[in-house]
Design a protein around this ligand. Structure first.
Ligand SMILES: O=C([O-])CC(=O)C(=O)O
Ligand SMILES: [Mg+2]
Length: 233
């Protein structure tokens, strides 16, 4: 039989790095990281406007069974984000407002789940942000073993315990702790640079000039014409 573990100790990123990455948001941090780390878009925000960043507590559950989510609560620390996966695909509603209440009591700031959530109105009402593959009322049991704080794969993305999780309306990004500071710095630079670009675009500047794209378009054989040539070619 496979071994199952609840691992208590997790190496987390420092608070300043996590705060800087939350400010950057998913898209900028993802670019700054070299366009890596995103979960697939099937795991999406179930509310509007929530932005979180924290340390991953990972949970590997049997499909249709939330036993290990309950087991995970006591190893969480304030600022953590619970990342739930199942060992085969499942959209069952294994998480709802009761589990959210329990997690919040232990300082957890949000849930990322490769499975389903339910009680979505109550979750929105209480302001506990969730990113999930599905919203589905299907009930689950507490019967099968799994693990807490082992590496998992969520929506195609490897997540290790303690990884930095950033989530907002654009999706969910996961970064290794070791990369955090450098990505936070690069993201801050990007944002400063974007402020300048935004101002220029606002005043009517064209991207093709700002980014010097006209030579590239010409090199790629893109021709400017007043009307489509008669043969359409
Ligand atoms: O209890 C469950 O199975 C999941 C749920 O609905 C909750 O956490 O409120
Ligand atoms: Mg419920």
């Amino acid at each position: 039989m496979a071994a199952h573990y609840v691992v208590r100790s997790v190496d987390r990123a420092d608070t300043d790095t996590i705060t800087a990455l939350r400010r950057a948001g998913v898209a900028s941090a993802h670019e700054a990281a070299g366009r890596i780390g995103l979960l697939g878009p099937a795991v999406r925000a179930r509310q509007t406007g929530a932005v979180i960043a924290g340390s991953a507590i990972t949970v590997s559950c049997h499909p249709g069974d939330n036993l290990m989510i309950h087991a995970a609560v006591e190893v969480c620390r304030p600022g953590d984000v619970l990342v739930v996966t199942t060992t085969s695909p499942s959209t069952d509603g294994m998480f709802g407002d009761l589990l959210a209440t329990s997690l919040r009591a232990h300082g957890v700031i949000g849930l990322v789940s490769d499975a389903g959530v339910r009680d979505i109105a109550a979750l929105r009402e209480m302001g506990f942000p969730v990113w999930s593959r599905a919203v589905h009322a299907q009930g689950t049991v507490k019967a099968s073993p799994g693990s807490v704080n082992v590496p998992v794969v969520a929506a195609g993305q490897l997540v290790r315990p303690g990884d930095i999780v950033i989530a907002d309306d654009d999706g969910v990004l996961v970064l290794p702790v070791a990369a955090g500071r450098q990505v936070a710095r690069a993201a801050a630079e990007r944002l400063a640079n974007e402020a300048d670009k935004r101002a220029r675009l606002e005043s009517g500047a064209l991207g093709v000039d700002m980014y010097n794209l006209r030579p590239l378009l010409a090199e790629l054989g893109v021709e400017y014409v007043d009307r489509l040539p008669a043969d359409g070619a």
